[in-house]
Design a protein around this ligand. Structure first.
Ligand SMILES: [Zn+2]
Length: 289
């Protein structure tokens, strides 16, 4: 089976980063200076691209459009602060840069979003990644982490944050239409294999994992949190505005407990729920790579 298939580990560090003082950590001497990168600043994004001006321009355009789509989807038009996006043109420089900010420098890390503090004490979101065939998915994913802070605050449960970011990462825009939640083949096969082989953590457990536990179990936590978000958003065929998922998010905003709020919206019989969830995921079909 395919548990050992590549699963990109994309990490949210928005919360973690509050405890990490990026300022005091000098940059790795081998990391190139981003001041020498092409820079396009427009709308809410300041983009630095090692690959040149065209790349910086396209990334800026993409980030602005994704933010607009997230705002529309969640009907959240609050004023967002400017954010910085850094795109390296190779994974080595990305890891040199990253190594100082986060301790996750292993090969699986494709990008991250964190709160950075500059020398003047200003805090802003910084999204960092590198050029790769998955670049646009990573940007959509990290851009979502940046957005969701405005919608739910930084207290969002990790499974929900990572599950939703993965849900949106396959989004595409055709004309004026925002296609969301396309099912990625790899992700689906992986989640299905975990369920079939009884390696998936029960929902009741997954949703209570704190950040450290979640990332320590990344191989199962990522695909199953995607699957759970997919199920919650789609299994009732509701429009998002009327959905139980939306009411659940509202409940979380008031600081209510992640699992209890879920039970409130989706029923207290956890075993029935678990069975229904697994059956639903096992019958899904992939829609994209
Ligand atoms: Zn993530």
């Amino acid at each position: 089976m395919r548990y050992r298939a590549r699963v990109k580990l994309r990490t949210l560090l928005a919360v973690l980063a509050l405890a990490v003082t990026s300022v005091t950590r000098a940059q790795d001497a081998t990391a190139p200076s981003i001041a020498s990168f092409a820079n396009v600043t427009e709308g809410r994004y300041q983009v630095f691209a090692q690959g040149g001006h065209q790349m910086a321009f396209e990334v800026n355009l993409f980030m602005k459009e994704m933010l607009r789509q997230y705002e529309k989807f969640f009907n959240n038009w609050s004023i967002k602060d400017g954010a910085r996006v850094i795109v390296f043109d190779n994974p080595e420089d990305f890891r040199h840069y990253t190594g100082n900010v986060v301790s996750l420098t292993h090969a699986g890390l494709a990008g991250y979003c964190h709160l950075k503090t500059d020398e003047a004490g200003n805090q802003f979101y910084e999204i960092v990644t590198y050029q790769d065939p998955n670049l646009w998915r990573v940007l959509a994913h990290e851009g979502f982490h940046q957005f969701i802070g405005y919608e739910l605050g930084l207290q969002i449960p990790t499974w929900l944050n990572e599950g939703t970011a993965q849900y949106f990462e396959t989004s595409s825009i055709t004309g004026s239409h925002f296609n969301v939640g396309q099912i990625s083949r790899n992700k689906l096969l992986y989640a299905q294999a975990l369920i079939l082989n009884k390696k998936a953590p029960p929902i009741a457990q997954l949703v209570t994992w704190d950040q450290a536990t979640f990332y320590a179990n990344a191989n199962v936590a990522y695909p199953m949190s995607w699957a759970l978000v997919y199920y919650l958003l789609n299994s009732n065929n509701d429009r998002y505005e009327q959905s139980r998922f939306r009411r659940y998010l509202q409940d979380l905003k008031f600081g209510n407990d992640s699992f209890r709020s879920l039970q409130k919206e989706f029923g207290s019989d956890v075993n029935r729920w678990q069975a229904d969830f697994e059956d639903y995921i096992l019958h899904l079909k992939p829609q994209t790579d």
